[in-house]
Design a protein around this ligand. Structure first.
Ligand code: 2AM
Length: 191
């Protein structure tokens, strides 16, 4: 039986309500497109920096400290969400997402975090950092040409928003969907 001490966690950037509202609006527009698309609850929309999976309570404490140390060394910056796409491909879409414009500050934050986590014993992330905001997950292997075309032609553009803190988030998988609880919200360096 899994120990209650174990938590499923990830490190992310939380989004302002204006962006979540825009995501919600887009989900409503596409809502009835395909019953196999499971939309992420607007309150759960986030930008993942690093997924850590299930870790012990002691490691959660250590990651909290790491996140705080990293945040205190990185200045606030802007993120511009723009465009949409599918993972792994439009031909076999499993996740439908909003894209992040080229952003060296975001990549820098990811690298500093990655180094810090490596120093505290986590293996390096093997997948390239590919920032995105997942709007929906698709529960079938194939979708119709109509759905593919609708996803391919969907536009998204938001005003840049300021990233002011990094969050260590707990994710509990329930039948009704994921429940996210912030375990630490670390402010970026005060300028
Ligand atoms: P995704 O948005 O591309 O699905 C919480 O599950 C967050 O961690 C999601 O944003 C998810 O990315 C990300 N994540 C990365 N790797 C994951 C994995 N192996 N299992 C579940 N979530 C993962």
């Amino acid at each position: 039986m899994p120990s209650p001490e174990v938590s499923r966690v990830f490190i992310c950037i939380e989004l302002p309500s204006s962006i979540r509202a825009q995501g919600d609006e887009l989900q409503r527009t596409l809502g009835t497109l395909d019953r196999h698309i499971r939309w992420v609850k607007p309150s759960n929309l986030h930008l993942t920096l690093r997924f850590l999976g299930e870790i012990s309570g002691a490691r959660v404490e250590s990651v909290c400290s790491s996140v705080q140390r990293v945040a205190s060394r990185v200045e606030p910056f802007l993120v511009h969400l723009s465009g949409t796409g599918c993972f792994p491909s439009l031909r076999r879409p499993r996740a439908f997402w909003i894209g992040v414009g080229e952003n060296q500050n975001l990549t820098h934050l990811f690298k500093v975090l990655e180094d810090e986590l490596f120093s505290s014993g986590f293996a390096h992330e093997t997948r390239p950092f590919s920032p995105h905001l997942t709007l929906g997950r698709i529960r079938v292997d194939r979708v119709s040409a109509r759905v593919r075309e609708a996803l391919a032609s969907t536009k998204f553009e938001a005003a840049p928003f300021a990233v002011t803190h990094v969050t260590l988030m707990q994710s509990e998988l329930r039948n009704s969907g994921s429940v996210y609880t912030p375990l630490a919200q670390a402010p970026l360096k005060l300028t």
